[in-house]
Design a protein around this ligand. Sequence first.
Ligand code: SF4
Length: 372
Amino acid sequence: MPGILPTQLLVIQPTPFCNLDCTYCYLPNRNNKAKMSTRTLHAIGKSVVASRHFSDNTTLVWHAGEPCVLPPEWYRGAIDTIEIAANRKITRQAIQTNATLLSDDWIAFIKDEGISLGVSLDGPEWINDARRVTRNGVGTFRQTQAGIAKLRDAEIPFHVIAVVTADALDHPVDFAQCLVATGAYSIGLNIEEIDGTNDKSSLLEGDQEKAYGKFTSRFMDTVEASPNPPKVREYERFLLALKKGGNPTRHMENSPGAIISVSRTGELTTFSPELLGTPSETYDNFVFADVHEISDVSQMFLNKSYLKALVDIHSGVTNCRKTCRYFEVCGGGSPSNKLGEKGRFDSTETAFCRLSVKATFDSFLERAGVPV
Ligand code: SF4
């Protein structure tokens, strides 16, 4: 059984609310405007941030709703509360935002705190606006671009994460050019996936591997032809995995402790953050502890539902190791994705990994002149 890893990401849900209503969103309760209480922030400080699992290498990520719907003052107070309760400083923070609400106050706050920033944008306006929409169905491309312009003016570095849907497949050049033009230092491609409460994907219907492989190849050609090419996260991961020379990648989402997530009300989980909020009788809805009821986060690792999830997830990783030639660069996949598509953790291949790992890695090798 794998050992518990030091925490790399502490994902905290300040509010489940999001000002947008993207068609592929996996978050339940995104209409709920409630925010995390001071009591819960204090408990996170005492039992998670003060624990030996948290270190200066841990990044606190404000996520699982749109973080910028709350004002910077709220985060200043929240960070103070956590740090006082933990009696330590938080050295790394990150936010993934749709950038539509980036006010001057937010820009100043991001600079002051040195927050690492990711912006969500799905390529050109007509592709982005097909799915990244407001509750009235209005596209959000222009608002996001306005936020990106503020970041550029303030010289705040940021990365972009783009969800690739079926609409993008025939337009890799436009897609890449739009993302490169944002000025991001790196681009990540997320496949529209079946995950959490999202049970359908335009990209995972039918046999799209060849089309996706071609998309990534043309996408990379376009990125690399640009004057200051940003890094592309997927290719960077493959390079890193290959440099390890035979030491398989450990996938953070299937490694206990590597990611710890806390819901707005103080429910704790580990493995994929998307599991929090996924209904499950077998695993007690993936709530492995209540942050108000423990003195140290390590108590979560004694919970019965956690232990059952650990055994089943490990069994899936072992099956992947035995059967999949991509294991070295993948590490056995995302549990929430396996559960979403296959209904069980001990499964192996999913439509998601056929595209995001297998087709993408094949295109990486082909571009490097390695026969697949
Ligand atoms: S690519 Fe898919 S089948 Fe292969 S190791 Fe990853 S999750 Fe398992």
